[in-house]
Design a protein around this ligand. Sequence first.
Ligand code: CP
Length: 314
Amino acid sequence: MTKTAWTRKDLVGLKDLSREEITLILDTAKSLQEVSTRPVKKVPTLRGRTVANMFFEPSTRTRISFELAEKRLSADTINFSAATSSTVKGESIKDTVRNIESLKVDIIVMRHPASGAPHRLAERLDVSFINAGDGINEHPTQALLDMFTIKEKKGTLEGVKVTFIGDILHSRVARSNIWGLTKMGAKVVVCGPKTLIPPKVEELGVEVIYDLYDAIKDADVINLLRIQMERQSECFFPSIREYANTYQINRKVLEVAKKDVVIMHPGPVNRGIEVSSDVMDGPSSVILDQVTNGLAVRMAVLYLLSGARKKIEG
Ligand code: CP
């Protein structure tokens, strides 16, 4: 176990975290993993603490995973849904959050379509923030659970080759993974249509390979990304059918990959577009393991932030 102590009030991204801090979260998640295997899946660690889940965008995995993590740690939870809140009457996000903070909430888990929204609020308010996905910027707990899963399947992150395929340009998952994986010594490759690869992405320490077969042939992990139609205001490729013909991971394409390659996807999956059903449900896929591991990772983040709050509060 690493000796680094967690001192941050917030977790808004992996860009600013050190290798030691990432290791601390992954090690803490490992030790909390066992709680969910007990007959009584609950520990009193966050008893008396209140966590508000504020989702301004749809979510299945992240929202449910955070809520369950909070309950496993015995926190009180509040679920805020933008569609049924007074934000529809024109209340600003800052005023909304200040109202929640005045209820003596300790931690806010926030997903927001605007890149940087949790960062700006975290700087101005005393409550702790966990970024559950901000625009196209970061999705730190997704990248942490991805790294946790790679470590579980491959034994290490050091030197492991991880290839991301798809819409890198609009992917907060890719961005957080690039920050995290490169710090942990993994080799990162990105592959997709030229129009969906961010300019100068190589400056982040990743390799760009446009040809799918070249990109996957010596990959240890293939992490597939969804084409994010909701974030695309222009046409980035001719058609979904052409995208699937060129970039879909299916059994035939996988013939060039390593026998022990691991297939990952953060979800939600467009079945039959970025991945065929047989590969998604096949033996190389760890997509549901990622979801399972997300619970331990989110318990770890809540636990560490709660400990830091205790020190801040004295
Ligand atoms: N991976 C992920 O963020 O999924 P949700 O949008 O369902 O939370």
